[in-house]
Design a protein around this ligand. Sequence first.
Ligand SMILES: Nc1ncnc2c1ncn2[C@@H]1O[C@H](COP(=O)(O)OP(=O)(O)OP(=O)(O)O)[C@@H](O)[C@H]1O
Ligand SMILES: [Mg+2]
Length: 388
Amino acid sequence: MNVESKQHTNENSAAWTGAPWKDPSQSPFIEIQSLHKRFGDFTAVDNISLDIYRGELFAILGGSGCGKSTLLRMLAGLEAPSAGRILIDGVDVTELPPYDRPVNMMFQSYAVFPHMTVEKNIAYGLRKSRVAPAEIESRVREMLELVQLTNLEQRKPNQLSGGQLQRVALARALIKRPKVLLLDEPLAALDKKLREQTQFELMNLQDQLGTTFVVVTHDQEEAMTLATRIAVMDEGRFIQIGTPSEVYEYPRNFFVADFFGNINIFDATVISSEPGFIAVELGASGTRIRIQHGGVIDAGAAVMIGVRPEKLLISKDKPTDDRYTVTRGVVEDLAYYGNRSIYRVRSQEGRIIQVSAQNSQRSVELAMEWDDEVYLSWDSSSSVVLQK
Ligand SMILES: Nc1ncnc2c1ncn2[C@@H]1O[C@H](COP(=O)(O)OP(=O)(O)OP(=O)(O)O)[C@@H](O)[C@H]1O
Ligand SMILES: [Mg+2]
């Protein structure tokens, strides 16, 4: 690592204090205010507001066509909003052209020039801005080192692997030292293994530079691995914004819960709401439990109780610990994966419930078999209320 990136690291660590979005004394770096984008009758981005803090690696996650690229293009200045404002570092950039914004974008397709060498591709932005040749040379060298492409600088894009190509695109986007780098599906073209490796490289790079990254992806694992916070987007709107663990552990609704892996659903009816909690009755078993919940839901409303497969316990005997919520079911299917087993259990309500159990003891026989009647239990703090 060179000296300059070390300095960036220090600057970054000093600025980065845990969760700036929870600290009212911190001011946001990017402010998106009531942003709309309409194409004719169609609304691609529908009233989005968001604050992003300096040095964040913010991920925008959502299915195809939900408006992710459109939102990013408005941040870059490549698309004009139909309404709303964008501020970066306190400056209203809504009307500014792309080249006057402290922003660079790495596109969904890398858009490297096929006829240029790695070196020329990386230098392109600085050449266009007529930076002095000596300075260009030293900055290209710095970038080559940063993305670990030294010695490959004379190759053409078709002589590189997908991961190397991706790093050329990244170097090209970073060489002008933007304050904000927008990345549209940066790793989509890579195969799974390379993608995982590159995720860590991207995180390290971002940490070294202290640049604020806004990454668009439709891969929830990638967002979970990379991001300081995630916005889950659907049909032009943000459904939920939170840290990876917040959106995983406390999804607001079924859409978000389902987006981040498996979640089991138990039907329930609301009995009462009190500040911070909701009391519900589980449909089939009639068990009553209290669950942490921010909002108020009317008594009598039908809700879903979500529990992740790894939070469920499965047993033949009824659990005696009364902190646990208990319901019953029948094992329909099971799979042994060495370190863990997956059980598919038909609940009393007739839903299929998936249980992921760690096989902590070495045993030849499975604890549960097909058609066994079992008890499913969980700590009520592990469940979430999902509104229908
Ligand atoms: N110039 C345009 N004219 C009309 N409709 C457009 C235009 N650009 C985008 N759209 C529409 O807006 C919606 C959002 O597009 P966008 O490219 O932002 O999706 P996305 O979330 O990036 O999807 P993907 O994951 O497939 O890249 C889509 O329905 C798309 O067809
Ligand atoms: Mg897109």
